[in-house]
Design a protein around this ligand. Structure first.
Ligand SMILES: Nc1nc2c(c(=O)[nH]1)N[C@H]1C(S)=C(S)[C@@H](COP(=O)(O)OP(=O)(O)OC[C@H]3O[C@@H](n4cnc5c(=O)[nH]c(N)nc54)[C@H](O)[C@@H]3O)O[C@H]1N2
Ligand SMILES: Nc1nc2c(c(=O)[nH]1)N[C@H]1C(S)=C(S)[C@@H](COP(=O)(O)OP(=O)(O)OC[C@H]3O[C@@H](n4cnc5c(=O)[nH]c(N)nc54)[C@H](O)[C@@H]3O)O[C@H]1N2
Ligand SMILES: [Mo]
Length: 774
């Protein structure tokens, strides 16, 4: 406790360093007045008053643009005048900024100097305005015209011995139309190497759900959430990452739902929420969102789901016919007997050990499940980014299947997606292993022959570059260098490429960690007006709940040189594939309706795309389990999967680190240096750690440490990875479990530390030790 007193020496402020970091006790509620003020302030700083008002009023409106923030849906038919949140406003301000990065900027700043700047500084410089090239040996980017850029890329791609020596990355902001054309270009060229940000994100969800229910997408809508009576929010921090979800949860609660939060950290938005768009939110204490908070150990969720299943089976034994939905299991599921036998053999003491929860908490949660008629489980990165992420999600599904909680109102699975169109990009074919029926339809529509061999995902792309098997990287958005695990290995891999190409809106580290030749191609963003030969164009996106709708930007573009992603893809395709290519690239570029016509013939669920997407709220894609309890799996039924129980014990003298987002960032884009809800101001290099661990390891609060991870490589050798100079911040987290922000911690994650089956980097369970800094 001496530590704490030392630490609290300035009233309720923990002031480590007079000039920088200030830590105050974490907030127990999210949003409220500060949120409104922050959204307006960020807007004014980046774009001034008129542009702020004009832009924010168009956000998520039927005739406006889709928020470039998260993938949370709008409530159909009930849009508020301001249908956005603080963090959506920050995402917009970041894109709609009036600051510019043009040729003069690059002439003034050599690459070696830019490399020393933080991600925050880079992002603050403004929108990219010109295509730029970095020639071999040069320390500067210099202007190049579009035709020259396309010829450079096409020339390089044509000389590769095999198209499989190039990879084409996508981040989830790309529109449906651009994504569809991009994968068409890549497959026409001859490879399935289409890694995307999903590989690092919800891949485990897609894999688990496809095997269990036959479709890799969530099965619930906003209306379902509002009519559920029990909602589990597991491994997710909606107050920061999906703030508009809190308004929906508030409504669910008003309708009588119970919410159980499962998280190692007591995240502000889960505990209490003040809706800034409602009077009580601005004036009062807000509403309590989570009725129950289960402070689980990192990686303990599979044990939780299996333990709850066991308690359900025991309750069924005591009162047969009251817990299981036998009719549903018998008619629609496969594998229940094996699953039941496996769960019966589970030792509940292991569950207590793995989760760190009490038997009373487990029993209380089981009771809540048994009493519920309509249960939904929501989750995000706290489940997916684990070695056993796929198994964990399958066990969550089994828990729902036992009680028939899918394909009925108010019940189902809700993986909450990240990027605003990450789900749509997948639907459009951005995936390294699209199924045969998609490829066959694509070939039939265009008279091309798509390759069939599966391509490389994100982790395998880096491995291939490292091993000299890939030498061209093209990024459609995103910041691959900073977002990927194992920073040192990733950066060396990218630097070994002959050519790297980034289609971007803002400057990022990926422009500075480049191949021998490098290109930056500036593109329009969601907020920008997109004018082509036939006039103003709109694009479409798909949200986390399979609603497809239009988005139209309204701001003047950052400069005359910017091109839309569609135009960039078509321009490159024309040069690379030549005039005789069967795809009408020129027509597509002139009129995006033409692209949608093709999509309607290739992608299931998009019939009459152009007319249906023009309805005010767009349209909902089919989802067989939700719509008709049909399961398109290998067995033709919903599958119970037997998974051995795994969890993440803390090795002696070590800690388990999870890497997460602060309230002031969008992935690798850093908006500011504060994490308001967690009480951190003015710095990001902090380690949230339990007081008892600080003491047990012989440190004091506020100490500076290096984080060191150990890993035994495939060849048996062991290697240390290091992230330097973090300060210890006492925080409510289970003993042995610590947390810090990404991307600063990516150097600690070994490339081979990946989830089983989904190959997702394990960003939420990295064994580390602390080393005192001199
Ligand atoms: N403002 C803003 N919005 C965003 C983003 C952003 O960066 N900024 N990113 C977008 C993207 S791409 C995504 S994928 C989503 C991410 O949304 P989240 O998944 O909410 O993001 P993280 O910050 O990674 O938070 C993970 C949460 O899981 C918890 N957690 C960690 N390990 C475990 C565990 O083992 N078990 C359990 N039960 N919980 C655990 C953490 O404490 C944290 O609350 O947000 C999207 N929206
Ligand atoms: N340690 C750790 N690592 C992680 C995670 C974690 O939780 N922990 N999370 C993972 C997850 S969930 C994800 S999704 C990935 C994110 O990985 P990415 O999606 O690759 O990263 P972002 O930071 O979202 O990309 C931001 C860049 O995209 C560009 N951009 C923005 N808007 C547009 C646009 O409209 N068009 C184009 N062409 N470019 C645009 C800008 O130049 C900006 O610099 O990171 C993953 N990495
Ligand atoms: Mo994500």
């Amino acid at each position: 406790m001496e530590d704490l007193e030392e630490f609290e020496r300035d009233g309720d402020r923990y002031r480590f360093d007079e000039r920088h970091l200030v830590v105050t006790p974490a907030k127990s509620y999210a949003a409220g007045v500060p949120a409104v003020l922050v959204s307006l302030r960020r807007g004014m700083e980046q774009m001034g008053a008129t542009r702020t008002a004009r832009t924010l009023l168009k956000l998520n409106q039927p005739d406006g643009f889709d928020c470039p923030g998260c993938a949370w849906p709008e409530t159909p038919g009930h849009r508020k005048q301001a249908e956005f949140c603080e963090n959506g406003a920050k995402a917009v301000a970041e894109e709609a900024t009036t600051r510019r990065v043009g040729p003069e900027f690059f002439a003034a700043h050599p690459i070696s100097e830019l490399l020393r700047q933080t991600d925050y500084w880079l992002g603050q410089q403004g929108r990219l305005t010109h295509p730029m090239v970095r020639w071999p040996g040069s320390n500067h980017y210099e202007p190049i015209d579009w035709q020259g850029a396309f010829e450079l890329i096409a020339g390089k791609l044509r000389t590769l011995p095999s198209p499989d020596q190039a990879v084409f990355y996508t981040s989830g902001r790309t529109s449906n139309e651009a994504a569809f054309l991009y994968q068409l270009l890549v497959r026409s060229y001859g490879t399935n190497n289409l890694p995307d940000c999903s590989n690092m994100c919800h891949e485990s969800s897609g894999t688990a759900l496809t095997q269990t229910i036959g479709i890799g997408k969530g099965s619930v809508s906003v209306t379902d959430l509002e009519s559920a009576d029990l909602i589990l929010v597991v491994g997710q921090n909606p107050g920061t990452n999906h703030p508009r979800m809190l308004s929906v949860l508030e409504k669910s609660k008003a309708n009588g739902a119970r919410v159980i939060a499962v998280n190692p950290l007591p995240e502000a938005g889960l505990l209490r929420f003040k809706d800034p768009q409602r009077l009580h939110g601005v004036l009062g204490d807000g509403v309590v969102i989570a009725d129950e908070f289960l402070q689980i150990r990192i990686g303990g969720d599979q044990a939780l789901f299996q333990g709850l299943a066991k308690l359900l089976l025991e309750a069924e034994d005591r009162n047969p016919g009251t817990v299981l939905d036998r009719a549903f299991i018998d008619s629609s599921c496969a594998g229940f007997e094996e699953y039941r036998a496996h769960i019966r053999g589970l030792d509940l003491r292991k569950v207590v050990e793995a989760t760190g929860l009490t038997s009373a908490q487990l029993e209380g949660t089981a009771r809540a499940l048994i009493d519920s008629k309509r249960t939904i489980i929501c989750w995000a990165m706290g489940l997916t980014q684990h070695v056993h992420g796929v198994a964990t999600i399958q066990d969550a599904v089994s828990l729902l299947l036992m009680r028939g909680m899918i394909g009925k109102r108010g019940a189902g699975v809700c993986p909450v997606r990240g990027h605003s169109n990450v789900q749509g990009d997948r639907t459009m074919g951005v995936w390294e292993k699209m199924p045969e029926r998609f490829l066959a339809a694509l070939d039939a529509e265009f008279g091309i022959e798509s390759p069939r061999a599966h391509g490389l995902d994100a982790v395998d792309s880096i491995r291939a570059m490292r091993d000299g098997k890939v030498s061209v990287f093209v990024g459609m958005g995103g910041n691959f260098a900073a977002a990927m695990s194992d920073t040192e290995v990733t950066e060396a891999a990218l630097r070994s490429c002959a050519l790297t190409v980034q289609v971007s809106t803002k400057l990022s580290r990926s422009h500075l960690v480049h191949g021998r030749t490098a290109l930056i191609l500036p593109s329009l963003g969601r907020t920008d007006t997109d004018i082509q030969e036939t006039g103003k164009q709109r694009v479409s996106v798909e949200d986390s709940m399979s609603m497809v709708h239009l988005s139209r930007g309204s701001l003047p573009p950052a400069g005359p040189q910017l091109r839309s992603e569609v135009a960039i893809v078509c321009g490159l395709a024309q040069v690379l594939l030549g005039a005789g290519h069967p795809v009408p690239w020129g027509e597509f570029m002139k009129d995006y309706d033409r692209i949608r016509d093709s999509i309607s013939r290739v992608v299931p669920g998009f019939a009459n795309f152009n007319s249906r997407v023009r309805q005010p709220d767009g349209f909902e894609l089919p989802h067989p389990p939700r719509d008709e309890r049909r399961f398109d799996t290998a067995t033709g039924k919903a599958n119970f999967v037997v998974n051995e129980l795994r969890w993440v014990p803390v090795p002696p003298g070590r800690l388990i680190l999870q890497t997460m987002r602060s309230h002031d960032q969008y992935n690798t884009t850093i908006y500011g240096l504060d994490d308001r809800y967690r009480g951190v101001k003015g710095g990001r290099r902090v380690l949230f750690i339990a007081l008892e661990d600080i003491a047990a390891l012989g440190f004091a609060a506020g100490d500076r440490v290096d984080l060191v991870s150990h890993w035994t490589e495939a060849d048996g050798g062991s290697r240390e990875r290091r992230a330097e100079n973090f300060r210890l911040v006492p925080y409510s987290t289970p003993a042995g479990n610590v947390a810090a922000y990404y991307p600063e911690t990516n150097p600690l994650i070994p490339l081979d530390h990946v989830a089983d089956q989904s190959n997702t980097p394990v960003s939420k369970a990295i064994p580390i030790r602390l080393e005192r800094r001199p």
